[in-house]
Design a protein around this ligand. Structure first.
Ligand code: ZN
Length: 261
């Protein structure tokens, strides 16, 4: 199950990301390892006449440990802390104000993968998805671009050509053209890969607007599904079994007597 709450841009507490090594355990904050210090310029700004607590900016780092004792993976997270003002009312109707620290992770090493990949995932596809996962914290457009590269690797693994001869010269095929070369048995995959292509295109071009985080999370989920139907032995077996039953319209298969004993 793809848990979107783990991949938000900001948090009030460090989330329990899946372990990047075993994918069974969860990364948990090592007690006492969180260092959260205000920057010098932020401290100096307190003396400004217009200063408010939401001007505060801090840097943080923390160590994380996998909850699975047999794995024991360690990871580090670094980022920025900003402060929000949370207004409310007390029992007497007086306005209350609380300063809430908001954590913005910018780097996690090793980086947790956003999606669960089947064992049969080709290594180079896996590596691009790892890169896309690590970039989601710092730049959604770069992350979308890496997912687009993962789509190219998926096509290569499905034996789709990377180049073609045109006017006696060999030239690289565009991703759009490569997706168009997928056979009819891959129609669903083609459709899904086009959406990742569009998002990756947006991420590649110089644009003042970054790729939308929600769109990017959808693209990761789409890629998870593409990889499952393209490479999972189980998914292929289930598809073949369904096709076989459909072909027989539910009638029992014809077997020779020996095989049914
Ligand atoms: Zn682990």
């Amino acid at each position: 199950m793809f848990d979107r709450s783990l991949w938000a841009e900001r948090y009030t507490t460090v989330p329990s990301w899946p372990c990047p090594r075993c994918a069974i355990g969860q990364l948990q904050l090592v007690e006492g390892s969180l260092v959260n210090e205000e920057t010098g310029w932020s401290s100096t700004a307190h003396s400004h006449e217009a200063w408010e607590p939401d001007w505060i900016e801090k840097r943080y780092s923390a160590h994380l440990r996998c909850s699975d004792a047999q794995c024991g993976e360690r990871a580090v997270v670094v980022g920025t802390v900003k402060c929000d003002l949370d207004y409310g009312y007390d029992y007497d109707g007086q306005t209350t104000m609380e300063v809430v620290e908001i954590f913005y992770p910018e780097f996690i090493h090793p980086s947790p993968s956003l999606i669960a990949l089947v064992e049969e995932t080709p290594t180079d596809v896996f590596e691009e998805i790892q890169r896309a996962s690590s970039l989601i914290w710092i730049d959604t457009s770069s992350s979308a671009n890496k997912l687009r590269l993962a789509a190219e690797r998926v096509l290569t693994a499905l034996k789709v050509n990377r180049t073609k001869i045109q006017k006696s010269k060999r030239r690289p095929l565009m991703l759009n053209e490569r997706i168009g070369l997928l056979g009819p048995q891959y129609a669903e995959i083609a459709d899904l890969l086009h959406s990742i292509r569009f998002l990756g295109n947006h991420g590649s071009h110089e644009s003042a607007v970054s790729v939308d985080r929600s769109d990017l999370l959808n693209a990761f989920e789409i890629m998870e599904h593409v990889i499952s139907i393209a490479f999972s032995t189980k998914a292929k077996r289930v598809k073949a079994a369904a096709k076989d039953i459909k072909r027989r319209k539910g009638k029992p298969p014809v077997r020779n007597k020996k095989s049914t004993l």
